[in-house]
Design a protein around this ligand. Structure first.
Ligand code: MIG
Length: 829
């Protein structure tokens, strides 16, 4: 059905299609139920303001005084905050709700909202505020919200967008789409995350518009002083989050929409994929090559050709005669096998999954009754209605054999926008259960992929137990992070796409989905060796690290580009494995606090307005700053270092941040900085997670003057004991002066790691160590030995002192004499 509203036109309707905009009248009634405040207008509009916490406020509007059942796929069912203290007051023209952190003013005439902080600064303010249009064709309201742009305001977020980080001046929409070979500014893409950040006067807030219809966001695009958002149905229902930090806003959003569980550690290793590796000899050949070349790798993927005629949950027995044997042989060599599963179920009377779905009514139906048909890889298919709880249970159980018999360890969900050949997606009239709130595709489209990933997660989790599951999905809605990791879809082997991969992953990370990566090297076409290496250098700093490409375009394994590039690929994948304990700790912070793992520069230095238009630089966790090279044939780049003192990882040059610096980065380096004062844990080199028992953990300590605290989380890397508190959180508090260095360790938790010793490598010490004490006991100087090279030859770290200490030490104290000529003077850049 054609929507008569020109999609590009919101506030200014075209004259021919003009519909009446409707507005609330004056508030004539109000009531309070605990933390819920209802305001009703003379024309029956009702506003429900629900104060969830001192910094999260929900606004829900009904045009006719009636609220449908309160149901959302996005909100984490475990989010049940204690209602906060709210003070309610009435003024002649307005009502006022005051929490510990914000003041919310509701205008009596028109219901406009204004939110201020406690110092009286306006954080967010409605222009027209809530208004709507009635659509005779669909019976839906187009629900709208308009807000003033504050002076100097910038906008970020919205999940999967390939445009510049800062969204001011743009109009974007959410309608999950299969966008093969998309480009910079293509919109919409695969995922729908209707959540944005506003930042002005160095203060941040966020808005999550919890509406699954096609949504639009206009950030001062149509009118330079207005930001608006609207949807083609359902309610105006949004959440306001107060920061004042951008990171705090991201954490509030993650509290509300939920957090991921800890992944199995192997899922943070390097993963290799291809459309497609088959038959068995090819697949195993790839595995053999990794081990022969000693390039670490944990997971190998089977794309659609492993199936029998693309029928989900079957095997092509010609290519893979004995999957169970093959997968267990690979497992013996440390490889986990991940398989793709699409939503389209082939219409085939002799196919069990089809039969079960057909007989039980599990497939989506057209408005007039018959099952919906659409063509995808297997030919004509029906599609499960994952919005029905019984269908999700059925779907989850379909994984039993793949996992418990065949030994598959992870599942990859694709085509779940949902994508249909020729038509793009389902027709609008297709019906969904929507967990007991029946609706059409207009409403269910954007959460279809999420509910598929959810059902898949239920199954993979159940059958992998006691191991942890891995699910990866292409489509997603807000909250999908509770079930799945994700990737950025069908990108292209081009420098521009490398640039985009950086922006998209950062943006997904601040939008609740940190477990994210791109197809390293590009999915479509073939990268040059140089592009592949530059991409891999970025990819090892993304939480999800996988090379994937389409088979029509040549080989794309780490060794596909010639010996010189193979060496470089090996070096960077090795670095990934050394960094695993740091990345795992960062993942735990994300799981526990909702903190984005990838942090845009502005999130690292919100007080520094220089950062507001920069986007290439990003943080991974608390202590790293990375900036990829996205240009051919360069030896380095200019980048902006946030304030503070930083070590250049490759040569330990010390840089002072708060300015642009040049990072020398020929093809064997990526600009990678470590914050002074950090303690960065390194694993010994492994070919896959769990290859060796770790008996000694390396801690790279980067001297700082003053004090800095780093975290190390450990829980053994799999299983669920961590949920019962069997993990350790270690804090290293580093305090340096010109002639001394103290490290205190605070340990929380009951997990016993396998390592009993730390090997501490001291970087940038400005003095020669004279005496060393560990918990008061002297440690003989001769324990200070030349370390073996712990990572890179060019770091000259054979000159750095190394100390071996027992794992659970409390205080390490090093006293020195200033400027030992034996040690290199830190070079200042
Ligand atoms: O129509 O399964 O994005 O990663 O290799 C293409 C084949 C279907 C799209 C995915 C891609 C995958 C491919 N799929």
């Amino acid at each position: 059905m054609q929507d008569p509203i020109p999609e590009s036109n919101y506030m200014i309707n075209s004259l021919t299609n003009r519909r009446e905009e409707l507005f609330p009248g004056k508030i004539i009634e109000h009531k309070q139920e605990e933390n819920k405040f209802y305001f009703s207008s003379a024309n029956e509009v009702t506003l429900l303001v629900q104060v969830l916490t001192s910094r999260i406020i929900r606004f829900r509007y009904s045009p006719d005084g009636y609220f449908p059942p309160d149901f959302s796929y996005a909100i984490d069912p475990d989010f049940k905050p204690e209602p906060p203290k709210v003070e309610f007051t009435q003024k002649p023209d307005s009502f006022q709700l005051t929490t510990e952190l914000v003041v919310c003013i509701i205008q009596k005439e028109g219901l406009q909202i204004k939110i201020l902080d406690k110092s009286g600064n306006v954080i967010n303010e409605d222009e027209k505020g809530y208004h709507w249009e009635y659509d005779l064709q669909t019976g839906n309201n187009t629900v709208k919200m308009s807000k003033w742009v504050q002076s100097g305001e910038h906008y970020y977020g919205l999940g999967d967008k390939s445009c510049n980080m800062n969204l001011r001046g743009r109009r974007l929409q959410n309608w999950g789409s299969d966008t093969y070979g998309y480009s910079r500014n293509s919109d919409p893409l695969y995922k729908s995350i209707p959540f944005y950040f506003g930042l002005h006067q160095k203060t941040a807030y966020g808005i999550f518009f919890d509406n699954t219809f096609r949504t639009y966001f206009d950030f001062a695009h149509e009118r330079s002083n207005l930001t608006s958002f609207w949807a083609h149905g359902e309610e105006m229902n949004y959440y306001f989050f107060y920061g004042p930090g951008l990171t705090e806003v991201a954490e509030q959003y993650a509290l509300l929409t939920g957090r991921s569980a800890m992944p199995p550690l192997w899922a943070l290793g390097y993963q290799q994929c291809k459309w497609s590796y088959y038959p068995e000899s090819t697949f195993k050949g790839i595995a053999r090559e990794f081990r022969e070349r000693q390039i670490p790798c944990d997971a190998l993927y089977l794309d659609i050709d492993y199936m029998d005629g693309f029928r989900c949950f079957t095997w092509n027995k010609e290519y893979f005669p004995d999957p169970k044997r093959m997968i267990s042989e690979l497992a013996a060599d440390g490889f986990k096998t991940v398989v793709i599963i699409d939503p389209g179920i082939k219409i085939d009377k002799n196919y069990r999954v089809y039969q079960e779905g057909f007989q039980n009514g599990y497939f989506c139906r057209r408005g007039d009754g018959p099952y919906m048909k659409g063509s995808v890889w297997p030919g004509l298919c029906h599609f499960p209605d994952y919005t029905h709880p019984v269908v999700r249970e059925w779907w989850a159980d379909l994984f039993e054999e793949l996992i418990t018999v065949d030994g598959v360890r992870g599942v990859w969900n694709d085509m779940n926008e949902p994508a249909v050949f020729e038509q793009g997606t389902f027709p609008d009239d297709v019906r969904f259960d929507y967990d007991g709130n029946p609706c059409s595709h207009r409403k269910a489209h954007n959460i279809y992929g999420m509910q598929m990933a959810r059902a898949t997660y239920m199954g993979v989790k159940k059958f992998c137990y006691p191991n942890r599951p891995l699910v990866i999905t292409r489509s997603a809605f807000s909250g999908t992070q509770r079930f799945s990791s994700t990737w950025t879809g069908d990108n292209v082997a081009s420098w521009d796409h490398l640039w985009m991969a950086n922006i998209q992953c950062q943006r997904l990370s601040i939008s609740g989905m940190s477990f994210v990566g791109s197809d390293i090297g590009g999915f479509i076409e073939t990268p040059t060796g140089e592009l592949y290496i530059r991409w891999l250098q970025l990819g090892i700093f993304h939480p999800f690290c996988r090379t994937h490409s389409s088979g029509d375009h040549g080989d794309q394994e780490p060794w596909s580009f010639g010996p010189e590039y193979t060496l470089l690929a090996k070096k960077f994948i090795e670095l990934r494995y050394r960094l695993l304990p740091y990345i795992y700790t960062t993942f735990w912070q994300y799981v526990t606090f909702g903190t984005p793992m990838l942090r845009p520069l502005t999130f690292m230095a919100q007080d520094d307005t220089e950062t507001y238009h920069r986007m290439a630089e990003f943080g991974l966790g608390d202590n790293f700053l990375i900036c990829p090279i996205t240009q051919a044939e360069v030896d380095g780049r200019w980048l902006y270092l946030p304030h503070g003192t930083w070590y250049y990882f490759w040569d330990n040059t010390i840089y002072i941040g708060g300015k642009e610096v040049w990072a020398q980065a020929p093809l064997d380096r990526i600009p990678f900085f470590i914050r002074a004062g950090s303690v960065v844990p390194f694993y010994p080199l492994m070919q896959y997670v769990g290859e060796k028992e770790i008996t000694e953990l390396t801690l790279n300590l980067y001297y700082t003057e003053g004090s800095f605290t780093s975290t190390l989380y450990d829980d053994g890397g799999d299983g669920y004991a961590y949920e019962k508190g069997i993990f350790t959180e270690r804090k290293f508090i580093v305090t340096g002066t010109q002639v001394s260095l103290t490290v205190s360790q605070e340990i929380k938790g009951a997990f016993e790691p396998t390592y009993t010793t730390y090997k501490i490598i001291l970087h940038g010490l400005p003095f020669g160590p004279e005496t060393i004490r560990i918990d008061g006991e002297p440690l003989l100087l001769d324990t200070v030995v030349d370390p073996e090279l712990d990572f890179e030859p060019e770091s000259q770290n054979e000159k750095f002192p190394v100390i071996y200490v027992r794992r659970d030490f409390k205080t390490l104290n090093i006293q020195g004499i200033a400027s030992d000529p034996m040690l290199p003077e830190p070079e200042m850049a």
